[in-house]
Each structure stands twice: as structure tokens, then as C-alpha cells.
Design a protein around this ligand. Structure first.
Ligand code: NAD
Ligand code: ZN
Length: 255
């Protein structure tokens, strides 16, 4: 793995267009549970059964309880070295985009700005009836109401079975298909449409790299699969590049 890590480091350093896709695994070391991991159940419910529009329609109180629990949990978590490494990579690479499936906001808190939050954010709420939407970091009631029309608010996240926010998929597809390096971090490769990005990147000639705690269904397909905690692997990957970038800017070494 050491040799692969050095190869990926060199590739990243020499690349012009890097796209990184992250999933729940990147936040696991911050203490945010993944959906499919060992602690993947919430009060005996599978999260995938609650993060759905039909579940919200049938049991809005239960679904809001789940989201209010997640909001409190994430509010007590901090970005980890993997989030910080990606914020650093954005600063040293000229053409970089981070696409996350996560809704926890930890990339933003780590300093990432060239960021697409494909599935929205736990910190957004929106009305189920009118156009009211807002960012809200506070404690919410069990069934929060819209201040404009009085109807029920819902979490500003994209649930399983819902379409993405218009434009988001177009941007993601455009940038993934132009990437020369595509890095997938802490994602099971099972949730669409993000799961198809690996194939899209490869079809358009990108070098594809996976960083995951363990092999996934797409590991064999990727050009490089680096297995271990993202919080250890990403800082190692980024260290070399940050050093070369600062050497370049001070005139020493570089290409
Ligand atoms: P997933 O739960 O399906 O898979 C997580 C992946 O992360 C697994 O492959 C696992 O092996 C890997 N992983 C776990 N710990 C890791 C670590 N320390 N380092 C590297 N890899 C690690 O997650 P998914 O693929 O993102 O899909 C689930 C869906 O649910 C997505 O839409 C996701 O956004 C959402 N979700 C989000 C959060 C969050 O915002 N933090 C949490 C749970 C689920
Ligand atoms: Zn409203």
C-alpha cells in the first residue's frame, strides 16, 4: 500500500483537475455514524427506512425525532484530519471540486468552499408547502412549523427516492467527466447517483482512487484502492502535495 500511496501522491501533484467524492465514512472518525456501519441502527430503525418521503408523510414526528437527534449529535462533533486535508488540497490545487453525499456540514466547518453538498444539509430546513427555506443551527421543536404559512417544516436534505436539487447533478457530471484524478473517500459505492461517478470518471480517462476502511463493491474497478482510516490516509496523501506547492511558490523545486 505504501507504493500505491506514493503513486497517488505523485498523480495528485501532477494533476490539473481533481474531483473528490466523499460519503459517510469520512465523518465516522468525527463520531458521526454511517448508515451501513456497525452502529447503523437508530432505535431499531434502519436509517434508510426513515430518510424517505413516505416515512415522513406517515410518521413526521418519528422522522423529525431522528433528524433532531442527528443535528444534536453532529453539533457535538468536530471535523477530523480527513476533512481538514481536503480543505488544504483545495487551497493547493488550481482546479478542485469536492462533492459530498454527507449532510453533516463538517466539510464546511473544516474550511472547504469549492464544495457541492449533493444531498443538502442537516442545517437547512424548508417548508413542506410554501417556498420558505432557511439555515438553522438552533434547537428545533418536535414538529417545527413554517413562520410564513404555518405548515410543517422538513429537513433540507434529499431523501432516498427524491431527485437532487436541479443543477447539482449537471455540475457534478460535468466536473467528474473532466477530472484527471477522481478520488472516492468513505463511500460504500451503493447509493446512486454518486455510485455511477466512478464509472463516469474512468470512462473519461481519469485515474480513479478509492480511500475506504475496507474493500467495497467498486474496489476492484478502481485504479488504486487505499484501505485504512480516511483520517490517516488523506493527511499522508496531502502532505507531499502541500510541501511541493509551497516549494513551487518559493521558487524551489517543482515542475
Ligand atoms: P455508507 O454508510 O453506505 O458507507 C460508508 C462507507 O464508509 C463504508 O464503505 C465504510 O467502509 C466506509 N468507512 C467507514 N469508516 C471509515 C473511515 N474511518 N475511513 C474511510 N472509510 C470509512 O455511506 P454512503 O456511501 O455515504 O451512503 C449513505 C447515504 O447516507 C449517503 O447519502 C450519505 O450522505 C448519507 N449519510 C450521511 C451521513 C453524514 O452526513 N455524515 C451519515 C450517514 C449517512
Ligand atoms: Zn410555509
Amino acid at each position: 500500500m505504501r507504493a500505491d500511496l506514493e503513486m497517488v501522491k505523485a498523480l495528485l501533484d501532477g494533476s490539473r483537475r481533481v474531483v473528490v467524492l466523499t460519503g459517510a465514512g469520512i465523518s465516522a472518525e468525527s463520531g458521526v455514524p454511517t448508515f451501513r456501519g456497525r452502529d447503523g441502527l437508530w432505535r431499531n430503525h434502519r436509517p434508510e427506512d426513515l430518510a424517505r418521503p413516505d416515512a415522513f408523510e406517515a410518521h413526521p414526528d418519528l422522522v423529525w425525532e431522528f433528524y433532531n437527534w442527528r443535528r444534536r449529535l453532529v453539533a457535538g462533533c468536530e471535523p477530523n484530519p480527513a476533512h481538514r486535508a481536503l480543505a488544504e488540497l483545495e487551497r493547493v490545487l488550481p482546479n478542485f471540486l469536492l462533492i459530498t453525499q454527507n449532510v453533516d456540514g463538517l466539510h464546511v466547518r473544516a474550511g472547504s468552499r469549492k464544495l457541492v453538498q449533493m444531498h443538502g444539509s442537516l442545517w437547512q430546513v424548508k417548508c413542506t408547502v410554501c417556498t420558505h427555506a432557511r439555515e438553522d443551527f438552533g434547537e428545533l421543536p418536535a414538529l417545527p412549523e413554517c413562520p410564513v404559512c404555518g405548515h410543517l417544516l422538513r429537513p433540507g436534505v434529499v431523501w432516498f427516492g427524491e431527485p437532487l436539487v436541479p443543477g447539482v447533478l449537471r455540475i457534478a457530471i460535468d466536473r467528474v467527466s473532466k477530472a484527471d484524478v477522481f478520488l472516492a473517500v468513505g463511500t460504500s459505492g451503493l447509493v446512486q447517483p454518486a455510485a455511477s461517478f466512478h464509472q463516469l470518471a474512468k470512462d473519461h480517462g481519469a485515474v480513479t482512487v478509492e480511500v475506504n476502511l475496507e474493500p467495497t463493491p467498486v474496489s476492484g474497478f478502481m485504479d488504486f484502492a487505499l484501505h485504512g482510516p480516511a483520517g490517516e490516509i488523506l493527511p499522508e496523501l496531502i502532505a507531499g502535495i502541500a510541501d511541493t506547492a509551497s516549494a513551487r511558490s518559493t521558487g524551489g523545486g517543482g515542475r
